[in-house]
Design a protein around this ligand. Sequence first.
Ligand code: NAP
Length: 270
Amino acid sequence: MPDESLPKEKQDLENKVVLVTGASRGIGKAMALAFAERNCRLVMMARNSERLAQAVEDVRDSGASVLAIALDVCHEEEIGKALERVRKEFGAVEILINNAGVYKTSPVAGHPTETWQEIINTNLTSAFFFCREVVQPMIDSGWGRVINISSISGKHAEIHGAAYSASKFGMIGLTQSLALETASKGVTVNALCPGWVDTDMARSQLSDPEWCKLNSIDIQESLEIARLSIPQMRFVQPEEVAALALYLCSPAAQGITGQAINICGGMCLS
Ligand code: NAP
């Protein structure tokens, strides 16, 4: 039941400022489209400016106001400048979706340091940078939603995915601690844990010869093997992950905080 005691502007998503990292494709783009349909104002971020511009065009088709900022979420200074611009042009961020991510595998023996750092910085440290800047204004206003995109790899590790799993386990730790900090302040913080989602990331992983070799999977059949490894025997669609994020921002989800919610077709039951 929505909390009717909240003023209407705190129940409704209309005009809310929503920041999505990694918004140029896949899950992030689906998030941007879903919140645009709810008349939110979108801040969309990604590295590749051409791909971002294309995604922004699609989101603007829905009539939404969009601020596009091309940046690398690993760079703390770029984030500071970008958020300054957001504050000037749109005001405080009310919904933060830390979604930007990369997937790379390697056995720990011989794991290159730079690959470890790239994965941890992109998938985890960037979320800390954004939370640190954005959460205090949410607390001051008495309302805010943070959604961190983790993975079922943040609940059980997979072979040769040490950096990725460490980053996604870390995302759940960040989520839980920040949720406790903000629980009595009108701010909820949750993690989403997708399994296989039908995006570029999943497809390129499943067609990576090295990954297939490491996992003893025939590259010609890897998509089908992955599909059959999901109890529902289907890839989750990015729009389903976006719908869950929308729900977490609705008044009905006010009591949900500090959770790491699986959306994986039954792959992970814990
Ligand atoms: P995707 O299709 O590869 O999209 C990744 C997005 O992140 C792109 O917009 C990309 O922008 C952006 N990005 C990557 N590195 C960045 C950086 N350093 N700075 C700024 N933007 C950066 O991936 P996806 O499948 O939608 O994944 C989204 C999130 O879901 C990730 O955190 C991923 O780990 C998680 N996830 C995905 C799956 C899955 O099966 N797909 C499963 C579990 C969890 P550019 O194009 O500009 O690089």
